[in-house]
Design a protein around this ligand. Structure first.
Ligand code: SF4
Length: 223
């Protein structure tokens, strides 16, 4: 099973969430307000792409409009070799791990800095873990000198927050976390996970209705 950054983060929040994504996504319900927030986040991400001036976007699509990961990996390698100053959506893969980094920017020493863009007003712990996964995958191919999370400032300001030390400190525990998430997604049977705090932290789960209906059903069956 290929594990993207999004898969990893969802599997960390709840192994059953990732399993349902892979095996029973038809139970997913994305509330309209969440859809609106995701779209707003995309607009913020699009604006951030230009924060260092001219950039080259690695995004590629198949004729049917799906994201073409292989073409993105190929484009990224070609531009890294050319030392393109700013790459957006630069794609990396190692084994079955895959990620696309929001922005890579060449620094004065000829090394790339990584920027992850978040439509938020503060750096949250889940953003650091998310960037740590990207760093883990990307640094199998290139050296990254600094890592920043870009959040909202006042008005239209984009604020890069240096999280390099946090990202490096998180690396040691990542392989074990990745293995656990992988194992959860790969099991044949639905993981037996009770509803709890993880259903709304850090994000409300899109399988809320499915699991909480199941919980009520189990309760009544016991009565
Ligand atoms: S609703 Fe809760 S238990 Fe069910 S998949 Fe989501 S986080 Fe996991």
């Amino acid at each position: 099973m290929r594990l993207t950054k999004c898969d990893f983060m969802r599997g960390v929040q709840c192994p059953k969430m990732l399993w349902l994504d892979k095996h029973n996504p038809q139970y997913k319900v994305i509330p309209p307000d969440v859809r609106d927030r995701l779209e707003a986040g995309n607009d913020f991400g699009d604006r951030a792409m230009g924060m260092w001036g001219t950039y080259v976007e690695m995004t590629a699509r198949t004729p049917s409009g799906r994201i073409d990961c292989s073409a993105m990996l190929f484009n990224t390698q070609a531009h890294l070799q050319k030392k393109t100053p700013v790459l957006c959506e630069a794609a990396f893969a190692v084994g079955d791990l895959y990620c696309a980094v929001d922005i890579l920017r060449l620094d004065e020493e000829g090394c790339y800095q990584m920027y992850e863009v978040k439509d938020a007003e503060a750096v949250e712990p889940q953003f650091v873990l998310d960037a740590a996964f990207q760093y883990y995958v990307a640094t199998r191919s290139i050296k990254i000198s600094r890592v920043y999370i870009v959040i909202h400032g006042e008005g239209d300001l984009l604020v890069p927050c240096d999280v390099t030390d946090l990202i490096i400190a998180t690396q040691k525990g990542l392989p074990a976390m990745i293995n656990r998430v992988h194992a959860a997604g790969d099991t044949l049977d639905e993981p037996n996970v009770c509803c709890g705090k993880q259903c709304k932290t850090p994000y409300r789960c899109w399988y809320w209705d499915y699991c909480h209906t199941q919980k009520r059903r189990n309760k009544y069956e016991r009565i």
